[in-house]
Design a protein around this ligand. Structure first.
Ligand SMILES: [Fe+2]
Ligand SMILES: [Fe+2]
Length: 262
């Protein structure tokens, strides 16, 4: 099966002709399905940008959301809006709602956007302040302690979701593709090509990573491939013999894609 993997394409950075040219480049690839790993856009234009990809490719679009997709909006409202759009469009599938998706007889897809959950590195020591904390409603006006509580909670929700669906998929499929926005392993959370202890609490969803390691050890005959982005810095690491983590590089103003064959 030919899959097109898109992540961190940040359509809001592109002009209308640039978006149209990019969509035309995607259509030429003639994929059988698209995996969209978040940071497509920003909240005010997310629904329209999702529909534009669906219209251009006319194949199933399986997606998770990234932190930028909530910018200038709220997590709660965007989740409701995305659910509505998916009900209207038969080609759009938000992986937080769909459960485990069979791609072939042997390969299943699960996904969750995940969040930097504050558990990797030292959140209290880090002086990093993400833009997220000023432009996403749920984070605004939180002090450092309450912000960390929210990051922990969002990470735990992602871990629960991925653990449940990976275990379900692993009972029936030889390979499980796990699509996330935030990478779950510190080994692949790089910033400009190197590990950044200040950034790790915000760029790694450690709770999801711990859960994925547990699941992979429970099912040694199943191969788990985790596809992520967010840091815009490419990375690959074999976490366990049957668990690999791949992070896609990305550049603002120059959207890219990767083809995967299963
Ligand atoms: Fe991004
Ligand atoms: Fe991101």
């Amino acid at each position: 099966m030919k899959l097109l993997w898109l992540i961190d394409i940040h359509f809001d950075f592109l002009s209308r002709p640039q978006r149209a040219a990019f969509l035309a480049r995607l259509a030429v690839q003639a994929p059988q399905a698209v995996l969209l790993g978040g940071d497509l856009s920003i909240a005010p234009r997310l629904a329209e940008d999702l529909k534009s990809i669906g219209d251009a490719l006319l194949v199933p679009l399986y997606f998770v959301l990234g932190n930028h997709d909530f910018y200038y909006g709220s997590i709660e409202k965007i989740c409701r809006q995305v659910r509505r759009v998916c009900h209207q469009r038969k080609e759009l599938f938000w992986l937080e709602d769909t459960g485990c998706v069979p791609l072939t007889n042997e390969v299943a897809l699960v996904g969750h956007g995940c969040w930097g959950d504050g558990r990797a590195g030292d959140c209290w020591w880090s002086s990093l302040e993400l833009i997220d904390f000023f432009v996403i409603k749920e984070f605004k006006a939180l002090d450092k302690g309450r912000r960390l509580q929210l990051m922990n909670r969002l990470g735990d929700e992602a871990a629960d979701h991925l653990g449940r669906l990976c275990r379900e998929a692993a009972c029936y499929y030889r390979r499980v593709i796990v699509l996330t926005h935030v990478a779950p392993f510190f080994e692949t959370c790089l910033h400009e090509g190197r590990s950044d202890p200040e950034g790790l609490p915000f760029f790694c969803c450690q709770s999801a990573g711990e859960t994925l390691r547990e699941v992979a050890m429970e099912f040694p005959a199943v191969a788990f491939t985790v596809l992520s982005g967010n840091t815009h810095s490419p990375a690959y690491h074999q976490i366990l013999p049957n668990l690999e983590s791949r992070v896609s590089g990305a550049r603002y103003y120059d959207s890219g894609f990767a083809l995967l064959e299963y």
